[in-house]
Design a protein around this ligand. Structure first.
Ligand SMILES: [Zn+2]
Length: 183
C-alpha cells in the first residue's frame, strides 16, 4: 500500500466524469488499498478515486469513530433518498475549508464490492452525507457548488464553536456543526 497524492480544487481531474469499473485486477485492487490508506492518513471519512487522479467509479468511506469499518463502493448508484439535513461539510480536495450543505438524511445505494459482487448499503446522517458527497466526485462535482452562504476557514469555525458553546442547547444538531466530515 502507498499513500497517493490528493488532488485539489482547480485541477481538471476533479471536474471530469469517472468511468465504470468493468473488471477487478491487481492494479485496481492496489488503487483501493491506497485510497483507504490515504483516507485514513488524511483523517477523512471518504475518498473518491478522482481525488487521487484516477477517473474510475470507486469510492471508499469510513464514518466510524474507530476507523475500522471501511466501505468500498464500486460503480455506486443511489437508489433512494429521503429527508433532509443541513450541516457543515468539508472535502480533502478543498483543504482547511468548510461550508453548509443540505443533503438527504437517508440514502440507499447499490454498488459492487471489491470482489465485484453487488450489494446494497443504506445510511443516515454522516453516512448519507458521505455517500452523496463521494458520488458527486464521480461525476466531477464538488460540494463547493452546493454551499449555502460562504466557504469558511476551519479555524474560524472552531473559534465560533468555542464562542457559541453557551448558546448550544443540545437540540441534536450540534454534532453536525463540527466540520470533521472532510471527504
Ligand atoms: Zn470531497
Amino acid at each position: 500500500m502507498a499513500l497517493r497524492n490528493i488532488r485539489e480544487m482547480g485541477e481538471d481531474v476533479l471536474t471530469k466524469k469517472s468511468k465504470e469499473v468493468r473488471e477487478m485486477n491487481d492494479r485496481t485492487r492496489a488503487l483501493i488499498d491506497d485510497m483507504l490508506e490515504t483516507m485514513y492518513e488524511s483523517g477523512g471519512v471518504g475518498l473518491a478515486a478522482p481525488q487521487v487522479g484516477v477517473l474510475k467509479r470507486i469510492v471508499v468511506i469510513d464514518v466510524s469513530d474507530t476507523g475500522d469499518e471501511p466501505v468500498v463502493l464500486i460503480n455506486p448508484q443511489i437508489l433512494e433518498t429521503s429527508g433532509e439535513q443541513t450541516g457543515w461539510e468539508g472535502c480533502l480536495s478543498v483543504p482547511g475549508k468548510s461550508g453548509k450543505v443540505t443533503r438527504p438524511l437517508y440514502v440507499r445505494a447499490s454498488a459492487l464490492n471489491r470482489d465485484m459482487e453487488p450489494f446494497e448499503i443504506e445510511g443516515t446522517e454522516l453516512m448519507a452525507r458521505a455517500i452523496c458527497h463521494e458520488l458527486d466526485h464521480l461525476d466531477g462535482k464538488l460540494y463547493v457548488d452546493l454551499v449555502e452562504g460562504d466557504l469558511v476557514d476551519n479555524s474560524e469555525l472552531e473559534k465560533e464553536a468555542e464562542e457559541g458553546s453557551e448558546q448550544e442547547n443540545g437540540d441534536g444538531d450540534n454534532r453536525e456543526e463540527k466540520a470533521e466530515s472532510a471527504t
